[in-house]
Design a protein around this ligand. Structure first.
Ligand code: AHR
Length: 651
């Protein structure tokens, strides 16, 4: 008989005597991640493309200082000359209208071409290969020698490759560049060494090694740090990005799939650009790679209420998709479900298969709306989408929305609508001071278990100090206790590029070469990697003043049915150590030891680029007894994992 089964039976038996201490099933998907393309999270971030503005689609609409040649320089260093222009007459694809036309009249000593400075420079490593590609259209018809090189700031060549471009009409050329020197801020130079007229577009450079080595893949180090959280789900692509700045800016998933040169790029609501090279296929694939359930969030047929900067004047900029276009919009939503789950023979499943994934992505959750203002315009459109999805796909768990705050008008109206429609799950958002989290630890105790379940889609305390992280940890122990009504929770935002942050705090910071997890990250990781699906109440008792403990500390005990492991968490955001006792007698025969992980330090400490490892989880083993007396330090999170495997081996 398996140890896990015996343990469950024992626990259920022991707890049955005391109804208050009854184990309860909690969500198996409690702790996940929220990915939004803000603060360069996608382009210049998780998406491994090293060329900035590769398709010459940047424009002043993205950012008033930008245009098609942003991040590019016309290269005539060898005294060549010609004419460079941005054209739209004969693009690779109508979705990708801009390209460069080089009319080279004298190639000089080195050739004439283009130089790209990447995202704050192009980081390259000695001994590594980089996959270069470009679309060229040799309008003048002759064979043109092309050289592509990575160079340092003084022009020293770090690696290069040469090829001949010959054909009229757009053609993709792909080369591998082997790099011989490390450099954090190289440039890519493309030089054509002959007279001629040539169109240039989609200049691309990826490290050969991406996360799981996918083509058009993700930055390996950053993706790995995200994967190490072991999130149960990943929400994407936002946030405000989802519902966009005006109706035309609403994120349309269909624009983000298929060959990258045919995707529809657009302005990012956070004042930069979305190449959508990281699109819906790549999001689904990443979720699969890291074992997280995909949670796409689609606009509820309305734009962000802050569209056009209207939050500044307090009115709503929310605009609805015109009603005569809503039928098509609703169909887009249904098509997404087919894209994710339909057979490879279905219209949209076939597109997934064509991208290299014939098997379904097993979509289970779908968000409709992002903290929208609950207006008549919203309600009408939300109902249309909700009814259509619910009817066609009762198996999909729909997540509704209840505004941007933990209370208030939109919160109330959103919940009322959820009640009327019996929406399965609603999405609550809150960014608050750490004290708010410590004072609101009973928030979900009184939630009606017969109403919608809750997804806390975005939350964070305002800061990255250990104290912030511990306030979140205390709160998360209460989320576990309420894991029967809180279905999911994700800290937000997830990642931000240093120097391009549109929002603080974030869970992970990065630059071109390094990744800096915050203390909040390590707390999220401890909870997600040590999650359970059964909550075991009453096993841990703390000593001390109840009133103090209620606002500084939190404990929880869960069982992970998959492994049979029991996990204790003790979060202490207070200024003094706390003692207590864990009654482990219900577990039966205890293993000799368990894994003990502690995050603890001065509450003001944070991990940053200057001190990335200031606070790290420290793991050791601890000897356990049936009545295990413990003391945990001030300002600490302690996680004890009692492995069922260890017990099983003792027989
Ligand atoms: O997480 C940052 C932003 O906060 C999200 O885009 C939005 O949904 C919320 O207001």
């Amino acid at each position: 008989m398996r140890y896990g089964f015996v343990l469950t039976a024992l626990l259920l038996f022991c707890f049955a005597a005391n109804a208050q201490n009854k184990p309860k099933k909690i969500s198996p998907d409690l702790f996940g991640i929220f990915f939004e393309d803000l603060s360069y999270a996608a382009d210049g971030g998780l998406y491994a493309e090293l060329i900035q503005n590769r398709s010459f689609e940047y424009s002043p609409a993205d950012n008033r200082d930008w245009n098609s040649l942003t991040a590019w320089k016309y290269q005539t260093d060898g005294f060549g000359y010609g004419i460079i222009s941005v054209e739209t007459a004969a693009p690779i694809h109508p979705n990708n209208p801009h390209y460069i036309l080089l009319d080279i009249q004298d190639e000089g000593q080195k050739g004439v071409g283009l130089e790209n400075s990447g995202f704050d420079g192009i980081p390259v490593k000695a001994g590594k290969n980089y996959d270069f590609s470009v679309f060229l259209n040799v309008i003048s018809g002759e064979s043109l020698p092309v050289k592509v090189a990575l160079v340092d700031k003084n022009g020293k060549e770090l690696g290069s490759s040469s090829f001949t471009a010959a054909d009229k009409g757009w053609k993709k050329y792909a080369e591998q560049i082997h790099v011989n020197f490390d450099n954090d801020s190289a440039k890519l130079v493309l030089l054509i060494k002959a007279k001629g007229k040539v169109g240039v577009d989609m200049v691309s450079l990826f490290p050969e090694e991406t996360f799981k080595n996918h083509k058009n893949g993700l930055r390996a180090d950053l993706a790995q740090v995200i994967a190490d959280i072991k999130p149960k789900f990943m929400r994407f692509p936002g946030g405000c990005l989802t519902h966009g700045d005006g109706v035309a800016n609403i994120y349309r998933w269909k624009n983000t799939i298929g060959p990258v040169e045919q995707r529809v790029e657009q302005r990012n609501i956070w004042n930069y650009h979305q190449s959508v090279g990281l699109g819906y296929f790549e999001y689904f694939q990443f979720c699969e790679d890291i074992g997280a359930k995909p949670v796409p969030v689609l606009a509820a047929g309305v734009s962000c209420q802050n569209s056009g900067g209207t939050w500044k004047i307090g009115s709503t900029g929310q605009k609805g998709i015109p009603m005569d276009e809503m039928k098509a919009y609703v169909q887009d939503v249904l098509d997404l479900i087919e894209y994710a789950n339909g057979p490879a023979t279905s219209t949209w499943g076939a597109k997934r298969a064509a991208a290299g994934h014939p098997a379904p992505f097993n979509l289970e959750y779908l968000g409709i709306g992002n903290e929208d203002k609950i207006t008549g315009v919203f309600e009408e459109r939300f109902r249309m989408i909700y009814d259509a999805v619910h009817k066609a796909h009762p198996e999909i768990k729909i997540i509704g929305t209840v505004g941007p705050s933990p209370n208030g008008e939109d919160f109330e109206k959103g919940w009322k609508l959820a009640d009327q429609l019996s929406v399965g799950i609603v999405d609550e958002h809150y960014y608050e001071k750490p004290q708010w989290f410590l004072k609101n630890t009973t928030r979900y105790d009184s939630y009606n278990r017969r109403r919608s379940k809750v997804y806390i889609g975005e939350y964070a305390s305002w800061g990255n100090t250990l104290y912030n992280a511990l306030a979140e940890a205390v709160y998360m122990t209460h989320l576990e206790r309420n894991g029967d009504v809180v279905r999911m929770a994700s800290y937000a935002p997830l990642i931000a590029r240093i120097g391009h942050t549109s929002w603080n705090p974030n869970l992970i910071y990065f630059n071109g070469t390094k990744v800096f997890p915050t203390v909040n990250y390590y707390v999220q990781q401890q909870f997600a990697a040590n999650a359970g699906d059964v909550y075991l109440p009453g096993m841990v008792k703390l000593k001390g003043e109840k009133t103090t403990l209620d606002t500084t500390a939190g404990t929880s005990v869960v069982k992970d049915s998959a492994t049979g492991d029991i996990i204790l968490k003790i979060a202490n955001a207070g200024t003094t150590q706390i003692s207590g006792q864990a009654d482990l007698s219900a577990i039966g025969k205890l293993p000799e030891s368990a894994t003990l992980t502690v995050i603890s330090d001065n509450p003001e400490v944070k991990n940053g680029a200057d001190n990335p490892q200031a606070v790290l989880p420290q793991s050791s083993t601890v000897k356990l007894q049936k009545k295990w007396a413990f003391t945990v330090p001030a300002h600490s999170l302690t996680v004890v994992r009692i492995s069922a495997g260890t017990v099983g081996k003792q027989k």
